[in-house]
Design a protein around this ligand. Structure first.
Ligand SMILES: Nc1ncnc2c1ncn2[C@@H]1O[C@H](COP(=O)(O)OP(=O)(O)OP(=O)(O)O)[C@@H](O)[C@H]1O
Length: 514
């Protein structure tokens, strides 16, 4: 008998893959912990802010060793962004989507079923995972012990879209029910999930909460200054709002010049910002009006633009010189602004956005957190402004209530109507959270976001957080004078609000909200 001690072969560590494959210097806070849990084969739920680097949490484990990771992605553009980025660094990645030619699809499936797939990550849609043929293929790969995990990116879509226009999301529970002995680990990742959405994700995927490893970053980002600007009711032409915004931009410009000198400030690339509006026509109009200012370059972005034009705008805006230079040789604008509907954002990787403005109250609280979270992805100071007036608030609220009523009165299969109603009610509740956030003048906005998003519940469920937020403990605020309440206090906010809203309305607005 050979008694020689077999030395365990030392596997390259996570840092090795981080440096070698992904060419990053170090992990961001919490990333290492999440990646370890994924690599160890746990079911993982990660709720982390838009700038976190969630993709790395399943991409890195996928390139360690052999086997296949299936990635479920809701949008083609998002899928292609990740696939292109991985191809560029030499990772064996493929995608099967509506644009994949048949011959290529066959090659990918042949590789997948070969018993030792070369492909490390395969990006697919939930609709593909619903088909019998793809499910059979997954079962074969699973039997061959080559199916390492399923990663579900933008997992909130399970709850937000699964109930109506993308029912395939409702079917993702198939993995846990059918890929068993051993069960295939699932990694679900999202930037925005309220307690309701979270529990939908967990139950629809069939995840066992007693074994699930949970991770989250605070929903309110410490480097973002949150502020609500109260507008007078019935301001008919919007001029005062534009004036208010331009004044704010001017102040940023002045501060910048004071800090580094006017000449040096003029040589810096423009400050990038996003203004979210509710309608396409509003995006066009506001972009024209803002561009009248020599210091501003503003461009509209919405789903009505031709795809090439949208790509052109995105590419320019995410480049190091994010707007066109004036043809007459005059100084380049100090601000480069995209005026967009909510068609703009998902998957757009511009870490240097300094501000996100909501021109009207956002339609949902999740949308607000996600959209405002596009500011300051580089970790530097950034701002979120919401323009708010009671007229617009009531208009949106009435419309959402009417939509819920219409669904109730609709004919059709009971189950379908119930599902639509659940969704419509959730939309209304989500907007009511926007109202609470905007109306409040008595609480730190970071704390409000944390409350309204259910961060506390995650903490109670044992979710692990980055060390800096743990140090603050449950219930404490990540705000360091980075919101209008902490800066101006209740008195200051009340004064601002009173100027814009008649006294009798103020009383009504406070009721039940603070
Ligand atoms: N450890 C790291 N060091 C440096 N850069 C990183 C690191 N991890 C991720 N990144 C970069 O951060 C950027 C954002 O990553 P990613 O797109 O995965 O974010 P996300 O959390 O999925 O955001 P979103 O919710 O907006 O999609 C990417 O450019 C990525 O390469």
């Amino acid at each position: 008998m050979d008694n020689r001690r077999v030395l365990p072969q030392r596997k390259p560590d996570l840092e090795f893959y981080l440096h070698r494959v992904f060419r990053k210097k170090s992990f961001r806070p919490l990333q290492r912990e999440v990646i370890s849990a994924v690599a160890e084969g746990h079911d993982v739920f990660l709720q982390a802010s838009t700038s976190f680097g969630k993709s790395l949490c399943f991409q890195l484990p996928a390139v360690m060793g052999t086997g296949l990771t299936i990635v479920i992605c809701p949008l083609l553009a998002l899928m292609m962004d990740q696939v292109n980025a991985l191809q560029a660094i030499g990772v064996a990645v493929s995608t099967i989507n509506s644009n994949t030619p048949l011959a290529e699809r066959r090659l990918i499936l042949d590789d997948m079923l070969s018993g030792h797939p070369r492909t490390r990550l395969l990006y697919v849609t939930p609709e593909l995972c619903q088909t019998d043929s793809f499910r059979r293929n997954l079962q074969v790969v699973h039997k061959q012990q080559q199916l390492n995990r399923i990663a579900i990116d933008e997992a909130h879509c399970i709850s937000e879209w699964g109930h109506d226009f993308r029912p395939a999301y409702q079917e993702l529970g198939w993995f846990k029910n059918n890929l068993t002995n051993p069960a295939v680990p699932i990694t679900a990742l999202t930037a925005t999930a309220t307690p309701r959405v979270r529990s939908d994700i967990i139950s629809m995927l069939g995840l066992d909460t007693t074994k699930l490893r949970l991770f989250n970053t605070p929903s309110a980002r410490p480097n973002i200054h949150y502020e609500v600007r109260y507008l007078e009711d019935y301001s008919d032409d919007g001029d005062s709002q534009i004036h208010n915004l331009l004044k704010w931009l001017k102040a940023i410009q002045t501060r910048r010049a004071a800090r580094i000198g006017a000449e040096a400030a003029a040589k810096l690339p423009p400050v990038s910002g996003i203004i979210y509006v509710g309608l396409r026509a509003m995006a066009e109009q506001l972009a024209v009006e803002l561009s009248r200012e020599s210091s501003v370059s503003a461009v509209a972005y919405h789903a009505g633009l031709a795809p090439q034009e949208r790509t052109r705008i995105q590419t320019l805006w995410t480049s190091s010189q994010p707007c066109e230079q004036p043809k007459d040789g005059s100084a380049s604008p100090a601000f480069s602004i995209i005026v967009a509907t909510n068609a703009f954002g998902m998957g757009i990787d511009n870490p240097h956005v300094r501000f996100v403005v909501h021109w009207t109250p956002p339609r949902s609280f999740e949308g607000f957190v996600q959209e405002s979270g596009r500011a300051g992805r580089d970790g530097r100071a950034a701002a979120s402004l919401v323009y708010y007036n009671t007229q617009e608030r009531d208009r949106i609220h009435d419309r959402l209530s009417r939509d819920a009523e219409n669904v109730k009165n609709r004919g059709g299969p009971r189950q379908h109507v119930d599902s639509l109603l659940k969704n419509q009610t959730a939309r209304l509740e989500s907007f009511q959270k926007v109202i609470r956030y905007c109306d409040s003048i008595s609480k730190c906005r970071h704390d409000m976001i944390k409350d309204l998003f259910g961060d506390f519940e995650l903490e109670e469920m044992g979710s692990q957080q980055p060390p800096s937020s743990q140090a603050m403990g449950i219930g404490s605020s990540p705000c360091d004078f980075a919101c209008d309440f902490c800066k101006e206090g209740r008195g200051g906010l009340a004064k601002r609000k009173r100027k814009m809203v008649p006294d009798y309305r103020m009383e009504v607005m406070y009721e039940g909200h603070d």
